[in-house]
Design a protein around this ligand. Structure first.
Ligand code: B12
Ligand code: SF4
Length: 456
């Protein structure tokens, strides 16, 4: 018996692996979602993993079952793929973030849906679906305990399609309830941890020195994080992760993380407006703490990739320039600017119901404005996000960031990541420019900056 597991890629991501500079490989870590499904598959079943971002779907492959994972923006593509296999008589199971948050919708396109974690369900799903006895939506009564997870069979991935960073997960979920975030909607604010010794044993087996923690918030439980960092230190590996701002509350804790090999963190700064943070209940952030937190992390050689969200309720048309100024001032190393997106299944989606203009999930990729903002047009929001990206990744700013970085402790360790990501983003900006600039409206032949942006 053979199972084909597919990670679909939506519009702009499809075949991105072929692009010369900003390609799939730059940010593509090994796919833990499908590796986890593969790990749960009984050993007598053959498994093939296909990542559409870097390879073609083998439409004519003889398979007995297809499993597809998807985020929201890739859901329409997942449904297309599902339809083609089902037409051939191959049963399809959907799982992952979007099918979990919209199981009824996903169930219309598949023989079965796994809502939530696959552990504890998968062999039964395979058996029942293949026997034509699907129960539709499968869900664990309570989230599974993350003890004794099987090793992800990483050999199933085409390694040369990915950045040389293996992904490992120590914890799942996040205790916060930010209203725009799919993670709290999926995990119901529950933070589960794997036993430290199991995580460390898995990391010790990784072939490379560098890896990424695919956790939502590695430091949500400080006691757990402390014991993990302490146990990691002797391995002398290097890693990056996502963490909330509280990571930097205490100098000793940051030192422990740095000594354990932390090179950089993805920090959801989101906005420089306290009113916005309150409006979306991002309670773990305090604007007045950003400066000290970033300085402290930098002082231990930890680089900062900031997540920024544009289009929060209190944003005005000057938000793009103000945000850029703050990012410069705080010496943020990398930025991922996103447009606020009311993802289905989140409280934000319910609140914005009447203002949503576009329900094509393909556009829920954080580069499109899919709702009517009170203070800006959708065009201004999209143009402003593109403008901020372009300005932040201007070559002279990149050079200044690299120069500033070189004066920090342990600078050399994070330097390759800093340089590669900055240059890759610059390449992305150049490609947008060649296509008519505005990334959301890729068909637009020209782009005129909004009046408040021109000359800035
Ligand atoms: C690591 C990560 C990335 C990595 C790697 C992504 C990858 N494809 O592996 C990178 C940095 C590349 C990335 C990029 C993006 N990401 Co991301 N990413 C994550 C993160 C933090 C972890 C994903 C992960 O590996 N989890 C570990 C696995 C084991 O857990 P899991 O995915 O939940 O899978 C379990 C179950 O769901 C189930 N399951 C999953 N799939 C399937 C399939 C089948 C058939 C079955 C039966 C079961 C099943 O089994 C697994 C084990 O129980 C998630 C947050 C999250 N909690 O999901 C965000 C997240 C998925 N990303 C998100 C976003 C928005 C993006 C970007 C669009 C960001 C951007 N602005 O560009 C891009 C899109 C890139 C792309 N090309 O697709 C959002 C998606 C929101 C949504 N509703 O769609 C999330 C949820 C983050 C968030 N806070 O909102 N991402
Ligand atoms: S802190 Fe980050 S991961 Fe946690 S709920 Fe908020 S946005 Fe989501």
């Amino acid at each position: 018996m053979k199972i084909l597991l597919i990670a679909p890629a939506s519009g702009k991501w499809r075949n991105i692996g072929r692009a010369p500079v900003f390609n799939g490989r730059t940010f593509r870590f090994s796919l833990l979602s499908l590796l986890s499904v593969a790990a749960e598959t009984p050993s007598d079943i053959e498994v093939q993993i296909v990542d559409e971002q870097i390879e073609q779907v083998p439409w004519d492959e003889r398979v007995d079952l297809v499993g597809i994972t998807c985020m929201t923006a890739a859901a329409p593509r997942a449904y297309e793929i599902a339809a083609r296999f089902r037409k051939r008589g191959v049963p399809v199971v959907l799982g992952g973030m979007h099918p979990t948050l919209c199981p009824e919708e996903a169930a219309q396109h598949a023989d079965a849906v796994v809502a939530g974690d696959v552990e504890g369900l998968w062999p039964r799903v395979i058996e029942e679906v293949c026997a034509g006895r699907s129960r539709g939506i499968y869900r664990n009564p309570t989230p599974p305990v993350l003890r004794g997870l099987k090793r992800p069979p990483r050999h199933l991935l085409r390694r040369n399609g990915y950045a040389p960073l293996d992904a490992v997960q120590a914890t799942r979920g996040c205790p916060y309830g930010c209203e725009f975030c799919s993670v709290s909607a999926y995990h119901h604010r529950i933070h589960r941890q794997r036993p430290v010794e199991e995580v460390v044993a898995e990391i010790a087996e990784l072939p490379g020195r560098f890896f990424v923690f695919s956790d939502d918030n590695l430091v949500a439980d400080r006691a757990y994080a402390r014991s993990l960092f302490t146990a990691l230190r002797p391995l002398r590996k290097r890693w990056i992760t996502q963490a909330s701002l509280e990571m930097a509350d205490d100098d000793a804790f940051v030192r422990l993380a740095a000594d354990a090999g932390c090179l950089g963190i993805f920090l959801g700064i989101e906005t420089f407006s306290a009113a916005n943070l309150d409006a979306v209940r991002k309670t773990c952030n305090r604007v007045e703490k950003y400066r000290t937190a970033i300085r402290r992390l930098h002082s231990h050689g930890i680089g900062i990739e900031a997540g920024i969200v544009l289009g929060f309720p209190h944003d005005q048309p000057d938000v793009f320039e103000r945000t850029l100024r703050m990012l410069d001032e705080l010496e943020v190393d990398v930025v991922l600017p996103s447009i606020l997106t009311p993802l289905p299944g989140t409280p934000l989606f319910a609140q914005m119901k009447d203002r949503i203009l576009d329900r094509d999930w393909t556009h829920y990729d954080f580069d499109h404005a899919v709702f009517q903002h009170s203070n800006m047009s959708t065009e201004d929001l999209e143009a402003g996000q593109a403008w901020l990206t372009r300005e932040f990744y201007r070559p002279w700013r990149i050079a200044r960031r690299v120069w500033r970085h070189l004066r920090r402790p342990r600078a050399l360790a994070f330097l390759p990541f800093l340089a590669i990501v900055n240059v890759a983003f610059y390449g992305r900006v150049v490609r947008w420019h060649l296509r008519g600039w505005n990334p959301a409206r890729t068909s637009a032949a020209t782009f005129s900056p909004a009046p408040h942006l021109s000359g800035a």
